[in-house]
Design a protein around this ligand. Structure first.
Ligand code: ADP
Length: 174
């Protein structure tokens, strides 16, 4: 039952005691604002050192680091697309971000993972559309791979919380 593995919660992703938290990073992988700033502050300066060694990351992809002072063991830094109206490949790039995160999760034997609403802050992706893509990509992946036991959608605000619930309700999975 895929739906039982999808949990929508309100809160701060930096406090999540999971195998991996996902960061909404930028292509430089060097510290930004929003959730990225919060993760770097909470993880401590060693995180930036490791990020500097990664040579950035393409939009639609993701790279993994250690979690340092976070309760999470790993951080997966995903680079979502900047919203430019929706016809510039944004949905495909966002889907590819989620897929890369999940592939990395498989590779590192991650069982529990927490996602923020990638691209839905400064990058301006409409949350209702992003939530549908996130839910579908993750649910399809969980259907194929049973290693991942729990996926948390960590919402910083009510609009994200409502959008994820709506997307979960309209999912074609049990
Ligand atoms: P992007 O540049 O990809 O849009 P942002 O960090 O600006 O990334 O925003 C992504 C989402 O993360 C937004 O919905 C924002 O409200 C949310 N967010 C910001 N800080 C946190 C946090 N500490 N925990 C969880 N979500 C957060």
């Amino acid at each position: 039952m895929v739906k039982e593995k999808l949990k929508i919660i309100k809160g701060d992703i930096t406090t999540m005691a999971v195998d991996a938290v996902v960061n909404a990073a930028n292509t430089s992988l060097l510290s930004g604002g929003g959730v990225d700033g919060a993760i770097h502050r909470a993880a401590g300066p060693e995180l930036l050192e490791e990020c500097k060694s990664l040579n950035g990351c393409a939009t639609g992809s993701a790279k993994l680091t250690k979690g340092y002072r976070l309760p999470a063991r790993y951080i997966i830094h995903a680079v979502g697309p900047v919203w430019r109206g929706g016809a510039k490949g944004e949905p495909q790039l966002l889907a590819s971000c989620y897929e890369t995160c999940l592939e990395l999760a498989l590779q590192y034997e991650i069982k529990t993972i927490a996602f923020p609403a990638i691209s839905c802050g400064v990058y301006g992706y409409p949350i209702s559309q992003a939530a549908v893509i996130a839910m579908k990509e993750i649910a399809d992946f969980l259907e194929q791979h049973d290693q991942i036991e729990m996926v948390y959608f960590v919402c910083f605000d009510d609009s994200a919380y409502d959008a994820y619930h709506h997307a979960l309700d309209s999912l074609n999975h049990d």
